[in-house]
Every structure is written in C-alpha cells, then in structure tokens.
Design a binder for this molecule. Structure first.
Ligand code: SF4
Ligand code: FES
Length: 373
C-alpha cells in the first residue's frame, strides 16, 4: 500500500504575513508573524534554488500581501532564472505605480487577484479597507496592460454568495482568463469566524446551479473553477492534492509545512529551511511522513475505493472537528461523525441570524483572537 515518494511539483511561498486587508476568512495562522521574523532575500533565493533542484515547477508567491516585500522583483527574477513558473497571489491594494510592470519585466508568469466582493461596498467591508475595490480594479487593468494572464479569485461565504453572478460579470469585464469561485475553507481565521461566514443551504444550491450554467455558457471564453463548500459535501476534497504528495508550503520564517493549517495538529512538529535542506524535509520529516500515502488510514478510509482519490480529505479538518488528525475527514458521508457537519451548519445559522451577532467578525490582525468578537 505504500506510495513511492515523488518529488514535489508545487510550492506556496508565504513571503510575509503583513497585509493591508483584514479578511475574516484568511488562511494564515491566528498567530501572525511580524516583519522581523521574515526570511531575508538571500535565504528566499537559496530556498527557491533548492526547490527547483528538488523538482518544483511552479511557485505561488503569497502572503499576507506578497507585494509588501520590497525585494519581490528580485525573488521573481530568481525563480524565473531557474525556469520555475511563478504565480503572484495578491489582494491588489497599495501596489505603487510601475511595480506590476516591473513584476512582469522580472519574469512573472501569472497574477491572481482576490476580490472580497463583486460590489465595492462588499469588498471594502469584508477586507475592512476603504477604497480597496477601486484599487483592485486598477491592479487588474495594469496586469492586463502588462500582458499578464489574470485569474480572479472570489472567496465565497454568507456575505457575498448572492454576488456570484456579478463576480462572473466582473471577471469577464476585467479580461480574466480564469475565475475561481472558492467557497471558504474553515481553517485559520475562517474557523474562528465560521458561524458568521457559513452560507445558507439554499444559497449554496443556487450558487452551484449558477456556476454550472455559466461554465457551460462561457466555455472557451473564461474558465470557471468551483471549489465546493466542504460542510455541504458528500465526499471531501483531496486537500493539497494529498498530504505531502506533490506540494508543500513555506511560512514567512522558513517553516516548511504540508498545508496551511498543519500547525494546528499538536502531535506534529515542523522544521525550518536552513539548517535543514528542503530535500531532507520533503523525504524524511516525521511530520511529512505522518499522513503520506494510505498506510496511516483508519477505517472507513483504509478499505474505501476512494482512498487514492481524496486521500482521506483534510487532516486539519479531521483534527478540528473529530479531534483526531488521523480520522476520516468529517466532510465525508462515510465518517461516523458526518452528521456533525449538518449540526455545525444549523448552529452557525442560529448564531449568525441573531441581530447583534450579524457580521461580528474577528478581523484578521495580530492579537485579534484574544479580543471578543
Ligand atoms: Fe475519502 Fe475516506 Fe471518505 Fe473514502 S472514507 S471517501 S477515502 S474520506
Ligand atoms: Fe491541512 Fe487540509 S488544511 S490537510
């Protein structure tokens, strides 16, 4: 049953946790790292070079807001020099004039721009940043003018799910080649804000119909990816394509993780690039090997025909809801506690519709989780 160890093909580099926005669904950890914990330029370049040696073909430059790194052009050029495909994941706010063009000049291959809403008021409110929507539109225009292929990313939740048709129009009007309708995954800040963010069942069903119709109608014009909401699913998604299977991520201080929320699994400890080499972390780290392949699985995953399709779903969701990172993801209908997902949806609805609790977000910022919402 062991799966042979293949080299990783993708890497997500969280260059910084700093960000001008405060989205309540951010996938960053609750303990955000300050600027003085970030790797310096030379160390990121050394890490990228090792990643390329290891087999990584594409790097997603993310954050926080990666454009806050003044050395971003240098980092892009370092990756491009090694022939690695680069995707910049940005909120598109506060990028000074000339920089998007400089990223393209340095060799950037693709830009992914998030919109918190299709309407300006929604974008500004969810990101807690006045004028954010207008700045994002400008970033999109500049990216297209610089010849960069553009993806619009729309994280979907209770407060913007009715804007899905407008997101489609927005992406078309900006000349995007791809739109991601990505229902929020409840990890990081989104788990803290789950009750406020969880959409209504009827809205989720409507959204699925709208997206399916648009995918058919706009085939060949724009690609629309649909990330379904786990809590309403029958089967889970293969989180990160399977634990330590073909991708990994690096936090701003160089900690190498199999996924965003891996540090919420208390039994695991994670290593940092320098002194450890990426190749040795990828192959030998006990944390990377903990849920690799299928040997770690319990029933019902162990005997399931889908075990090499979804790899048992999300380990961090199993930890958060079942209290056991090796349990079947509760999003799966075969999980003995699958019914708990429906209970959490109902509980969220009850809480979110209490007038005083509406939009009582814990906005993402350092120290916010110690305050009451
Ligand atoms: Fe996937 Fe496990 Fe559910 Fe099977 S039982 S569908 S492997 S999560
Ligand atoms: Fe960690 Fe899904 S976020 S496995």
């Amino acid at each position: 049953m062991s799966t042979p160890l293949l080299p990783p093909i993708g890497m997500l580099a969280e260059l910084t946790h700093r960000c001008p926005l405060q989205c309540p669904y951010c996938s960053n950890p609750l303990e955000l790292l300050k600027a003085n914990r970030e790797l310096d330029t030379e160390t990121w370049l050394a890490l990228f070079s090792e990643a390329a040696d290891l087999g990584v073909l594409q790097v997603h430059l993310s954050g926080g807001e990666p454009t806050l790194r003044r050395d971003l052009e240098q980092l892009i050029a370092g990756l491009a020099g090694r022939g690695v495909y680069t995707n910049l994941i940005t909120a598109g706010v506060g990028i000074v004039e000339g920089r998007v063009e400089a990223f393209a000049e340095a060799g950037l291959d693709h830009l992914q721009l998030s919109f918190q809403g299709a309407r300006p008021a929604t974008t500004d409110r969810i990101g807690n940043h006045k004028g954010a929507h207008e700045k994002k539109l400008e970033t999109a225009r500049r990216a297209r003018a610089a010849g960069l292929p553009l993806t619009i990313n729309a994280p979907i939740h209770r407060h913007n799910i009715e804007e899905v048709p407008e997101f489609i129009d927005l992406a078309l009007s900006l000349g995007a080649e791809r739109l991601e309708i990505a229902n929020v995954q409840y990890a990081g800040w989104a788990l803290t804000n789950r009750d406020q963010l969880m959409p209504e069942r009827e809205a989720v069903d409507r959204q699925a119909e709208i997206v399916a119709e648009a995918q058919e109608r706009l085939a060949g014009i724009i690609n629309i990816d649909f990330v379904t909401p786990d809590y309403f699913a029958i089967y889970p998604k293969p989180c990160m394509g399977g634990w330590a299977r073909d991708a990994f991520m690096v936090t701003p201080d160089g900690t190498v993780l199999p996924c965003h929320a891996a540090q919420t699994i208390p039994s695991l400890s994670f290593e940092r690039f320098e002194p450890r080499r990426l190749s040795s972390i990828w192959a030998d780290s006990p944390a990377f090997n903990a849920f690799r392949g299928t040997d770690w699985m319990q029933e019902p995953c162990r005997g399931c025909e889908r075990r090499e399709i979804d790899w048992g779903g999300c380990r961090c969701q199993a930890m958060a809801i079942a209290g056991d990172a090796a349990a079947t993801d509760p999003a799966c209908a075969k999980s003995p506690i699958h019914a708990r997902m429906a209970m959490l949806i109902d509980e969220a609805r009850r809480i979110a519709t209490v007038p005083s609790r509406e939009e009582a977000f814990v906005y993402r910022r350092i120290g916010a989780v110690t305050e009451s919402a």
